[in-house]
Design a protein around this ligand. Structure first.
Ligand code: PLP
Length: 445
């Protein structure tokens, strides 16, 4: 055992037992990066080092870590009601939370279906969309349209509508889905905030509908701002155009807001930030500030009403769908505390006040070696890193490891470095994390 391994106290057998998700297991287990505690904007690793959390966990912990407002609500709830079913019975916080969530939603989205994660939210939204058309007597509307570079979680529906090939290649046939092109065009390189050009790319949806026919298409699903592919803000006018085309052809529009809902865009949702209202919205992550797994799908009332009207006898369920952990009481307590905290501490306003500084600094990295694009919106930002010959993901990995050594956690994914700062970040912490990224890039050979 070298010194680093002895500090975390884990045996090789223990390390080997955990098949880690989305991780290079072989490299990790040779040189583990073990996080043991968190407070505010920082983690502490097994060596006792303070590490700035440059991705708010996994875009989850915008309010900062270990907020007493949330941890106390969770511990109180777990003592009072540790679990109760949401099938055929209910507990008060589920209803309180559903109503609270509607305060964050754009006009008309007011019916909330609880899930356990972002991936489950996506599957739920896709199933609601297909079932909705059946209830409407249009059972042929089953196909989905996603987008290149889209990320919609890891289950078979989300995988199929997703457009990141590395996530799809291994898994074979999914569900019936086709894809629009992404919006990363040459003219938009180094755009500050929303790119000006590219609304016309939405017209590709018209071409797909012309081939496949609206009578076969249930829904279009996009992230209003694509996160996992490396922060791709929508070009101005693009989402509005998608909305118009969906309306024209009687196709549902789903916004996957697992990253963008509840503050990260400097608005309550991406829909609010970009001024376009979907028919269904998927959420998770920031809903509980990452403390307890939970997701939610929010539907337009007309969708809910359709299920109720076509539900048969009143004692019968209108939708045969739900999870054991839908509206888990502990998750509900965490989410209520989180949403109250976002409002009471004016954290969304805070995102707005600090994001211009973040924007200025992240774009100051233009001109650094290998940096071939920079994108940002709200408190999200990413750099595209030119590939090392034959190894497109190598340099981002090396940059992220150098940042970790300097005391900064940033995400590397594909050919990008991604940042999603806590809403509670101080201006000097923005300076520090951008300096660390810049220095790490400069240190590459
Ligand atoms: N959808 C989007 C837009 C996401 O960013 C993610 C996760 O990053 C998911 C879905 C999947 O969420 P989860 O990992 O909670 O299943």
């Amino acid at each position: 055992m070298n010194e680093k391994q002895s500090a975390h106290g884990l045996s090789q057998a223990q390390l080997d037992s955990f098949w880690m998700p989305y991780t290079g297991n072989r490299q990790f287990k040779q040189d583990p990066r073990i996080i043991v505690s968190a407070e505010g904007n920082y983690y502490t690793d097994a060596d006792g080092r303070k590490i700035f959390d440059g991705l708010s966990g996994l875009w989850t912990c915008g309010a900062g870590h270990s907020r007493p407002e949330i941890t106390e609500a969770v511990s109180k709830q777990i003592k009072q009601l540790d679990y109760s079913p949401s099938f055929q019975f209910g507990h008060p916080k589920a209803f309180e939370l559903a109503h609270k969530i509607t305060e964050f939603m754009p006009e008309g989205l007011n019916r909330v279906f609880f899930t356990g994660s972002g991936s489950e939210s996506v599957e739920t939204a896709l199933k609601i969309a297909r079932a909705y058309w059946r209830k409407k007597g249009m059972a042929s509307k089953t196909r989905f349209i996603g987008r290149a570079k889209g990320y919609h979680g890891v289950n078979f529906g989300g995988l199929s509508v997703g457009g990141i090939s590395a996530n799809r290649t291994l898994y074979g046939q999914g569900i019936d889905a086709i894809h629009m092109p992404h919006t990363m065009i040459e003219e938009n390189l180094f755009s500050v905030g929303m790119p000006q050009k590219g609304a016309y790319i939405a017209d590709e949806l018209e071409s797909l509908i012309a081939i496949h026919d609206a009578s076969n298409i249930a829904a279009v699903i996009v992230e209003p701002l694509a996160g996992s592919a490396g922060v791709i803000p929508p070009p101005q006018g693009y989402l509005k155009r998608l909305r118009e085309i969906c309306d024209k052809h009687n196709i549902l529009l789903i916004f996957d807001e697992v990253i963008t809902a509840f503050g990260r865009m400097g608005s309550k949702t991406g829909a609010e930030a970009f001024g376009v209202i979907p028919d269904l919205m998927t959420t998770a992550k920031q809903l509980t500030n990452g403390t307890v797994p939970m997701g939610a799908v929010i539907a337009k009332q007309e969708i809910y009403d359709t299920f109720m009207a076509e539900g048969g006898p009143e004692y019968m369920m209108e939708i045969p769908h739900g999870y054991t952990y839908s509206a888990h009481p502990v998750a509900c307590a965490a989410a209520l505390a989180t949403l109250n905290l976002l409002q009471e501490d004016k954290l969304i306003e805070r995102v707005n006040s600090i994001s211009p500084h973040f924007q200025k600094l992240i774009h100051s990295l233009k001109g650094s070696q290998y940096v071939s694009d920079i994108r940002d919106y709200g408190l999200t930002g990413a750099l595209t890193i030119a590939p090392a010959p034959g190894e497109p993901a190598l340099r981002p990995y090396q940059i992220a490891m150098k940042c970790w050594e300097k005391g900064f956690y940033v995400r590397y994914g594909g050919d990008t470095i991604q940042l999603g700062l806590p809403f509670t970040t101080e201006l000097n912490e923005i300076d520090n994390v951008i300096n660390a990224v810049g220095d790490s890039i400069n240190e590459l050979s």
